[in-house]
Design a protein around this ligand. Sequence first.
Ligand SMILES: [Zn+2]
Length: 313
Amino acid sequence: MEDKYLEAVSVCPVCSSGNHTKFIATPALMHHTEDTFSFSCCGQCNAAFLNPRVTTDHLKTYYPDYYLPYRGAAAWGKYRGFVDRSQQKMDKKRLKTCKKFGSKNTGPIKLLDVGCGNPTFLQTLSQNTDWQLTGIDFTDEGWKNSGNLSFKLITGDVQAMELAEKFDLVTMWHYLEHDYNPNKTLASLRKHLKTGGKVIIEVPDYLSLTAKWQQAHWEGWHTPRHTLLYTKSAFERLAASNGYKLLKHYRYGTLDAFTLWWMGTMEKKKANWAGSMETEFFPLVWKKVYTAPLFMLEKWLPLGIQTVVLEAV
Ligand SMILES: [Zn+2]
């Protein structure tokens, strides 16, 4: 890749330490090019960050029309029903997590989902709660063909948003690992949270067993779209610098660790991510069956996903 599309990162984007070393080189994942990238590891907070990273203008090259998350369940052809159901199952798990940390005050909870994309999670909430729901994303691509929805969707930048309301709960499902400046995001969100309000963040866990086993093919790197992989210590610093305390840290989440691991096995065999996924369906089911005894343990072993809950203080 040409240098003009890359920018060096001189200090850790979490804690600003200049003490970091090269950690791992990985190819561009879920992509057809031969580009390779490196992640550095911060000596102070242990965050791993892409260095150099792709300029934000050039990053759209890595989101072509065939990008699997854009194609969603449709990429699975006649098996799309299974994929739709697994999305619904994940959204229900997210609802359960939100209910656990939603405010117990009177009145409906006000929730903001950052990076809502195709807002199936907000739809699940609207069908199951009386909460006041808002979603924000950089683009309306995820919902422009969705017809009338019973909640508010905003196109814009969370770091620059100026909303009149304050929220009880903010959710970021696999958003913050894409963020070039998480301190700015969390500072902006703090202004939009009530004191005692919570932020629920789910991201990949690069200190997990699947990352150790799969190394450069581990899909948690999602190179070069993921620019930052966090540790508990990195979250503690982000919280302390921006008006929060770290309330909970779990080394599992709502995205199945199996799914992340399966994507890594696809990377290793250089799968064609642009094609139909139909032929991958039965191999996936077989892998799911024979790894079930391992992935049943995901609440007890760190298998690739982590969740943190920050409380606004
Ligand atoms: Zn750091």
